[in-house]
Design a protein around this ligand. Structure first.
Ligand code: NI
Length: 177
């Protein structure tokens, strides 16, 4: 999905996020809650189903989780680099290139889920301890509009929620007898 967790922002999206008054602390807590909610549910998905593509051009569940790992590691870079500069410039990541390069369908499913969980715990800790003065650092994720580090943090969670909602429906459909 092309949102900030993946990619770039527009002005109206920035305003939308700021109006919600979500704090980095709330975001960190929500990320940890999602990991706790999803760890066992994802591990319970049968391996064959996790790795199967619904159609040739759609991601398998393992590729979606892999995309979330890609989002985590790219945002990790943004969150750390932005704290060490007055203005961050960083390239977007090409989501399909990242998913295909990693070959997530060849990875052990349970290990991939564990990686996703642990990476998000790392990010939650990082976000919780982010110095307040850094939140306003302008970030330009090329070629998108400039936003703040705070926006990137909140959008990371939005992107996570977006994909988990879709996964929820896919997994529920498979569970229905
Ligand atoms: Ni996405």
């Amino acid at each position: 999905m092309e949102s900030m967790g993946g990619l770039g922002a527009t002005g109206p999206q920035v305003k939308h996020h700021l109006n919600q008054m979500t704090t980095p602390l709330d975001t960190a807590n929500s990320i940890e809650m999602l990991v706790d909610l999803w760890r066992d549910r994802l591990k319970a998905v049968p391996v064959g189903f996790a790795h199967s593509k619904p159609t040739a051009d759609r991601w398998s569940i393992s590729e979606v989780v892999g995309h979330l790992v890609d989002s985590a590691c790219n945002n990790h870079q943004r969150f750390v680099r932005a704290q060490a500069t007055d203005a961050l410039e960083f390239p977007k990541y090409e989501q399909n290139d990242w998913v295909s390069a990693a070959h997530y369908r060849k990875l052990d499913w349970e290990s991939l889920v564990t990686l996703w969980c642990e990476y998000n715990k790392l990010l939650a800790c990082l976000i919780r301890n982010m110095p307040a003065k850094c939140l306003a650092v302008p970030c330009t994720i090329t070629p998108y509009d400039t936003c703040t580090l705070e926006f990137l943090v909140i959008d990371y969670l939005d992107h996570l929620n977006h994909h988990l909602a879709i996964l929820d429906a896919r997994i529920a459909q498979q569970e229905t007898p």
